[in-house]
Design a binder for this molecule. Structure first.
Ligand code: GRF
Length: 204
């Protein structure tokens, strides 16, 4: 499969996916990287790996429709099969979600449906988890639908929260989990047929 990775931040998940590709853990290839943030580490990683990369931000376009047109033309030009959101801080337009139905994945550093939705991003997620007194957290890969953080779960991995854990140590621990989980989820899409029924994912 041809993958397009969308990222806004450091891009460590992009690195993990490229490494999984290099080591043969997945057969898919990252052929396109897009970031809304010109300073994103993901654009640098793409450059170092000679992967076509674009800084694409809504601010560069007069209307959202123009932005979507450019975005879609890139997805078509690079024959993208699967879109991978890896710390992408922008909502995907519903029209694009429709075209790439069940072919957009996101990773979230908590056990969805818990600790998802509005305001649940970055360190805030881990702070909320710790404040709740939960003794587990983890990472979730899910399909993206038009409801934020509500798409059906593809894979989830739990970790135990140790006594004295702080939000930053939890963030780092979960990020390491994410780096394994995302390639595993991509592998599932490579090897199985994906079926979605009643907001649940089934692999055949
Ligand atoms: C990850 O924790 C991911 O779950 C969240 O954003 C973070 C991105 O990290 N959606 P990175 O840019 O891949 O290092």
């Amino acid at each position: 499969m041809n993958l397009c990775v969308l990222a806004s931040g450091s891009g460590s998940n992009l690195k993990a996916i490229i490494n999984a590709q290099k080591s043969g853990k997945i057969t898919s290839k990252v052929v396109l990287v897009i970031s809304n943030n010109s300073a994103s580490g993901a654009l640098n990683t793409a450059k170092q790996n000679r992967i076509p990369h674009y800084h694409l931000s809504g601010k560069q376009f007069k209307t959202e429709a123009e932005f979507n047109k450019k975005f879609l033309s890139l997805l078509k030009r690079f024959k993208i099969d699967l879109i991978i959101l890896a710390g992408y801080m922008k909502m995907i337009n519903p029209a694009i979600i429709k075209i790439y139905k069940n072919r957009i994945l996101n990773i979230h550093p908590a056990l969805l449906p818990a600790f998802g939705g509005k305001g649940m991003y970055g360190i805030y997620i881990h702070e909320a988890v710790l404040k709740s007194g939960a003794d587990v957290s983890g990472a979730t890969v899910h399909l993206v639908n038009e409801h934020y953080d509500k798409g059906p779960v593809v894979l989830q991995k739990k970790i135990k929260i140790k006594k004295g854990e702080d939000a930053e140590s939890l963030r780092k621990k979960i990020l390491r989990v994410e780096h394994k989980l995302y390639p595993e989820a991509i592998k599932l899409f490579e090897s199985k047929k994906v079926l979605v029924k009643n907001n649940k994912v089934y692999f055949n």
